[in-house]
Write a protein that binds this ligand. Structure first.
Ligand code: ADP
Ligand code: ASP
Ligand code: MG
Length: 426
């Protein structure tokens, strides 16, 4: 008998018919003798509907009350799924995040899970009941309802799987696995049979919203066997695994795109110790995520500092920066809100040069201007005008021949010596 945690996303529970289909899938596994924990998202569009409703009554709703509101979306689906399971003769009980003791920090809207007290779930499982859990929510040390950030039900599922030492965590969604690029942008994208935790972390961090990044972090940290599958069509999906040295590593596993980024530049700040901290410290204290950071080589004792944030945080960041800029005597704070970040990810990058050249050449041939560049050992990201994001993803998908099954043939074609690709691993 194994313990399986399954998570069904919004499209998979979009209406009564879909909920019934999920119940049948869960019932089949329960009847096969598995202990089942099922995490569900709100019905498709519900979280957005609630967000819009909140903004209708208050342009800047309190983050605490927003969490109380948003958590209702998932409370609807847990009850409906349990009822659907009962209709099939399967014993099931639904729980909110607070009831099942998903404990989080108090950062409303982007809370992190700190602990899960899993006794209640275990009792039900031992009594042969399916445990149905509301994704995306928890409770802070003062018993306030918190939510885990958009896409947070993935993290609920993986964290529960880790806490219960589940044999497998299955993320059911509307695509049948992880693809070489978002199949909505690149119809030729191919499903990957496996992808490493590291690559998936980079892909999620770079905007592939198919898995929330914190879910991947948890899975890697606690070694949770994780698989992404379709709730619509049967198939093996994609397994997210540890890197296996015996495994042939693809050069590039995927391309991700994050639209809606913004760039802020503070011009002519004094080039002296403590400047980056003076500028970025207050931004991070306001829980604004800073992504790429570039500081130019200074001249005449002055320098420019540029960094990117989510577009939604542009005005808030600007408001924080303006008084700091005035205090430092900076020339100006400039902001640009319509950018996208395009990233090419692959563990094979460690041992191959030429990736950056191929990427920059392909973009230049389409006349796409690169504004910022950043690299990690297994990723190269560029920021570009948002208008060109889809063209850039399709262009790079083709340039790296991800629509073909190559088995490493590409290696010989890359320029080996004219390139600024990340250094190979030691
Ligand atoms: P759910 O509601 O089930 O959580 P999401 O919308 O959060 O589903 O995630 C699934 C979507 O992620 C897909 O419909 C797809 O458009 C998008 N996506 C982005 N990048 C990828 C990728 N590399 N592979 C598969 N899907 C991707
Ligand atoms: N319902 C939440 C959202 O739309 C959480 C999730 O679906 O994972 O982001
Ligand atoms: Mg999701």
């Amino acid at each position: 008998m194994s313990l399986i945690v399954e998570k069904y996303g919004g499209t998979s529970v979009a209406d009564a018919e879909r909920i019934d289909a999920v119940a049948r899938n869960v019932a089949a596994s329960a009847r096969a003798g598995h202990q089942m924990v099922v995490v569900v998202s709100a019905m498709r569009g519900e979280t957005d509907r609630l967000l819009a409703l909140a903004r209708e009554v208050n342009a800047a709703p309190s983050s605490r009350e927003l969490d109380v509101l948003l958590a209702t979306g998932e409370q609807v689906t847990i009850a409906l799924l349990s009822m659907a399971l009962h209709a099939l003769g399967v014993a099931a009980r639904s729980y909110t995040g607070a009831q099942i003791r998903i404990l989080t920090d108090p950062i409303h809207g982007q809370a992190r899970i700190t602990d899960i007290q899993s006794e209640r779930a275990r009792r039900d499982l031992e009594a042969g009941k399916v445990v149905v859990v509301a994704g995306f929510q928890g409770v802070d040390p003062d018993d306030n309802i918190t939510t885990l950030g958009r896409g947070g039900s993935d993290t609920t599922a993986v964290a529960l799987a880790a806490a219960l030492r589940a044999d497998e965590c299955r993320i059911y969604t509307d695509v049948d696995g992880i693809y070489t690029a978002d199949p909505r942008i690149v119809p030729e994208a191919r499903r990957l049979a496996r992808v490493t935790f590291e690559e998936m972390l980079e892909l999620s961090g770079a905007g592939a919203k198919v898995l929330q990044i914190r879910a991947v972090e948890f899975a890697g940290k606690y070694d949770v066997p994780l698989r992404v599958l379709s709730s619509f069509t049967p198939g093996p999906g994609t397994l997210i695994t540890r890197e296996d040295s015996a495994m042939e590593q693809p050069l590039i596993s995927g391309i991700a795109c994050n639209r809606g980024e913004a760039k802020l530049t503070i011009r002519d700040v004094p080039d002296k110790p403590g400047i980056a901290y003076a500028i970025l410290g207050p931004v991070s204290d306001a829980h604004i995520n800073v992504d790429m950071i570039v500081q130019n080589i200074g001249s005449d004792g002055l320098t420019d500092l540029t960094f990117t944030v989510d577009s939604e945080d542009l005005e808030r960041s600007r408001a924080i920066l303006e008084p700091i800029a005035a205090e430092l005597g900076a020339a100006e704070v400039a902001g640009d809100g319509d950018l996208a970040k395009i990233s090419v990810v692959g563990v094979g990058m460690r041992s191959h040069a030429g990736i950056a050249t191929t990427m920059f050449r392909a973009l230049s041939e389409k006349g796409i201007n690169i504004q910022m560049i950043s690299t990690s050992e297994i990723k190269i990201s560029v920021t570009i005008d948002m208008e060109y994001s889809e063209l850039a993803v399709r262009t790079l998908h083709k340039a790296f021949r991800l629509d073909e099954d190559l088995d490493g043939e590409l290696d010989g074609e890359l320029d080996r010596d004219s390139d600024a690709a990340p250094a190979p691993a030691p």
